[in-house]
Design a protein around this ligand. Structure first.
Ligand code: FAD
Length: 491
């Protein structure tokens, strides 16, 4: 063991070199520091995580290492659970302090953090967790939250400088890593947004330079939004940029004054990002339980065929199917289309939200538990306090993809169907089906449910349940805990 004391920067969902408080703190100490990232088997094998996430992380780390190597530093990337990782490192180094950010994660990451804390206490190691994006730990209501959030976000970003390390790299014995674990992460598919801090800035800059001028106009359009939305979500989720960096960049940009509506629109959403994560920070059971317990009483007839059709983009509703196929292939669709997918599953198909929540988490390259679960439940109508919106996918299709460009991109079976029929191919006559080479139930499925009938049933089911006493009781608790004072009356 090297008897020189060391500190550790433990990277989690903060995979960047700038505006990084943990790095800042480590640099300010007189002791040198190591940097680690753990691909933790307990988390990696959880039902919400997919290979696309691991690749994004791995390539973000590789980019960081390209810079850190010039400072004789590197992120030690290990496939090991955190406590075992720290134990292994402590065989080689005399660890004094661990710096990390504060993670508002799932129950699994909370449990892991508790174990790490225990390990630190037992081994006399200090663990300093830095606040992330204005999310506050330990609060029980939202009084003053907005003011505090702006106070944090308006502070200057950390200008990180890196000194050269004099530490010798220990030879860590990591026999337990499966041979192909890292090999499988090497290839990064082009169909996903590229990982890393540099790409994060490219996306942000191209938004403020031009892409974002039509942000508000195109935000709900499935094709155009791919260009005009920020597309910074994976970078925020894995921490390639911070909320503060994005906020300052947009607010201070020379194009701000001439694009106020669009730019204020995205700035508001950066706040929503934190508002949702704050909910999850306080109650991470959003992942597995109806946040309003009253909705556990609402029965849903489990139908594996419906769920399979939804997951594979074969429901017979072109907009639903195109969105599902697009997200499976590219990891991204816009907000409205995400909401529509959940609405279709939970309302038209009448399935429990838990039947789809992990599936979509695995598809979203920007999977952020703090947004994903509260948003999913909001769209599923299980919070009790939000207006329930049941999206009609056919209407969405006519309104936001009038020429069927998006549909045809993702459903090649409907390639030759004209604009007038593309939104409701089931209305084609046999002659039209044959003429446009899209025969129902052969090339493309007939609708698996009747949209009008099921929409109507769902509306009365979900709204009717609002009168349930447990729902009403829970509403009061949720409003007190998660809603800001000035919003409570409106909800
Ligand atoms: C069921 C469902 C699940 C979702 N899961 C996720 C998720 O796992 N990760 C995720 O980042 N977003 C999630 N969202 C929110 C939203 O759809 C995405 O943030 C957005 O589409 C990302 O694209 P963008 O970066 O171009 O967003 P922009 O419109 O450019 O917005 C900029 C940023 O603001 C934040 N943001 C935007 N819209 C919202 C919103 N409605 N709520 C909270 N934050 C928002 C995101 O961080 C986003 O990157 C989900 C929405 C729904 C309905």
């Amino acid at each position: 063991m090297d008897d020189k004391p060391v500190n550790i920067v433990w990277l989690k969902k903060d995979l960047r070199l700038q505006d990084h408080e943990a790095f800042m703190a480590a640099e300010q100490c007189s002791i040198d520091y190591l940097i680690v990232y753990f691909f933790e088997p307990d988390l990696v094998e959880a039902p919400d995580i997919a290979q696309r996430h691991l690749r994004f992380i791995y390539h973000s780390l590789k980019e960081m290492n390209a810079f850190l190597n010039t400072k004789n530093r590197h992120v030690e990337i290990m496939n090991i659970n955190a406590v075992e990782g720290f134990s292994l490192l402590s065989e080689h180094y005399d660890i004094k302090t661990i710096f990390s950010h504060q993670e508002s994660g799932t129950q699994r990451s909370w449990n892991r953090d508790k174990q790490v804390k225990k390990w630190c206490d037992f081994n006399n190691v200090l663990w300093e967790e830095k606040q992330r994006d204005g999310i506050v730990r330990g609060i029980t209501n939202r009084d003053n939250w907005d003011k505090q959030w702006y106070g944090t976000i308006n502070q200057p970003t950390f200008n990180n400088q890196y000194t050269t390390s004099s530490l010798k790299r220990a030879n860590l014995n990591l026999d337990s890593t499966p041979a192909d674990f890292f090999k499988n992460l090497e290839n990064y598919p082009k169909r996903f947004q590229p990982a890393g801090e540099k790409s994060a800035w490219k996306y942000l800059q191209s938004f403020t330079n031009q892409r974002g001028f039509n942000y508000s106009k195109h935000i709900s359009k499935p094709t155009e939004s791919r260009i005009s939305c920020g597309r910074i979500s994976p970078y925020l989720a894995w921490g390639n940029i911070s909320i503060k960096q994005a906020f300052h960049h947009i607010k201070l940009h020379p194009n701000y004054d001439s694009n106020k509506r669009a730019f204020n629109g995205i700035l508001t959403r950066l706040k929503w990002h934190c508002h949702f994560i704050q909910k999850f920070e306080v109650e991470c059971r959003y992942e597995t339980e109806c946040i309003n317990k009253g909705y556990e009483l609402l029965e849903r007839p489990h139908n594996p065929d419906f769920i399979a059709a939804w997951k594979t983009g074969k429901t017979g509703y072109p907009m639903v199917d195109a969105c599902m196929r697009a997200v499976i292939e590219t990891g991204w669709i816009n907000f409205r289309m995400r909401a529509m997918l959940v609405s279709f599953l939970c309302h038209h198909l009448d399935q429990d939200w838990r039947e789809g929540v992990y599936f979509l988490a695995r598809q979203f390259l920007d999977y952020e538990p703090g947004i994903h679960y509260p948003q999913f439940q909001m769209q599923a109508g299980t919070t009790g306090i939000n207006t329930v919106r049941i999206y009609n996918p056919t209407k969405q299709s006519y309104d936001h993809d009038p020429k069927g460009v998006f549909i045809k991109t993702w459903i090649p079976e409907l390639q030759n169907v004209p604009d007038t029929l593309i939104h409701e191919p089931h209305k084609m006559t046999l002659m039209e089906q044959s003429l446009h080479e899209a025969v129902l139930n052969q090339d493309y499925p007939s609708p698996i449910v009747n949209l009008q009938e099921n929409g109507k049933k769902a509306r009365s089911k979900i709204w009717g349940h609002r009168k349930n006493e447990v729902v009403k009781q829970e509403n009061k608790r949720i409003l007190a805990m998660h809603v800001r004072k000035n919003k409570k009356k409106k909800e």
